[in-house]
Structures are given as C-alpha cells and as structure tokens.
Design a protein around this ligand. Sequence first.
Ligand code: TPP
Length: 203
Amino acid sequence: MLTQEDLIQFENEIAGAFAKGLIKAPVHLRAGREAELIRLFQKYNIGPDDHILGHWDSHELCLLKGVPPDVLKQAILDGRSIALCFPEYRIYCSGIVGSLMGVATGLAWAIKARGERGRVFLFCGDMSSETGIFHEAVKYAVNFDLPAVFVVSDNGLSVMTDTRAAWGSREPWFLGTRFVAKIEYFRYKNGWPHSGLGKLVKF
Ligand SMILES: Cc1ncc(C[n+]2csc(CCOP(=O)(O)OP(=O)(O)O)c2C)c(N)n1
C-alpha cells in the first residue's frame, strides 16, 4: 500500500510539470485527504475486482488502485488528467459533474444481477453530492442493496463557491438519513486551488 508521502510527492511532481508548461490541459491537484483515502482503500480492501469511478481529481485514486506512477504521469502529461480512464485497472473518470453516479448504480446492478465479483466505488466532492442524480443513485443503491459505495470528499467548495452557503444547510443532505448506509463521508481542506496552481502558466 502506498503511503501518504507517496501521494503527496506524486502531486508535487505533477505540479512541477504543470508549472513548467509541460501539461497543456487542466489538472486538479489535491492535498489533505491522503490519510482518508488510504484508510478507505484499506477498510474495504479495494482490489482488482473492484471498480473505481472518479472525477476530475483522481490522481490519488489511480495510484491507490494500482496504476504505476510512470503510466499515470504519462497520461497526465498527455492531457488526460481531467478524465483518466484505465479499463485494465477498472478505473473510469469523467470531468463532468454528476456524470457517473447513474453509471455507478447501473454497474453495481449489473454486477449483482450477474452474480459477478467486485464492487463499485464512486468518488465525488461535496457539491456533486448535492446534485439530484447523486440522490437518486444512492436511493436506488440503498433500496436494492447494490454493491456500491459513494465516497464524498468534502472540501466545502465547488470551485470557489461555498457549498453550504449555496444550499443553506450546515451539513450535507444525507447525514442522519438511512442513505449513509452506502455513503462514506469526510471533510478536508484542499492544499491546492480547485484547478491549476493559482497562477498563470505560459506555454
Ligand atoms: C456539468 C458540469 N458543470 C460544471 C462543471 C465545472 N466544475 C468542475 S468541478 C466543479 C465543482 C464541483 O464541486 P465538488 O463536487 O465539491 O468537487 P471538488 O471541490 O471536490 O472538486 C464544477 C462546477 C463541470 N465540470 N460539469
């Protein structure tokens, strides 16, 4: 299992490449949630049979799922950071808010219906967890006890918008409901801006 330091070092390396103008596409770096992600990968013993669905900020997920760092780095250098897909590692990511919750439920339904091995782990942010599709997908997964877990990494922001101010509630909608049965939730403070480095990079 990789350490927190491994994940931090990888993001720092990507930041360095981005600063040099070597990546001509968006990158979304993350810092501050390494321990929580490692804890969850260990808690569920996430392995080759399991599927990871992530979004624009999935470098750490790819590393923890087993993608070799040099392979991941090349994909990022090639401009694919925002929607990393490695079918051979059962990793599918998308840069579109709300695009994968329904996929997670459908995939989990298929796994259960076919009696296959593996579970689906959907990772998203706090604002994504307030979308209607997240609500519907979780509701369905809970109702049919599908092999899916929805992991919400809460940094309190949607780009630069305060998620709680937007919805007028201090807590995410699902806390204290029966839907937490399929949800993992933690808060963190992102050590990086939402995307990029917070400064102009010239090519
Ligand atoms: C359909 C759609 N609308 C808007 C965006 C732009 N966008 C990218 S990330 C993001 C914020 C999402 O916030 P959250 O789910 O909390 O993610 P995090 O802060 O963890 O990146 C937005 C609005 C997008 N990618 N897709």
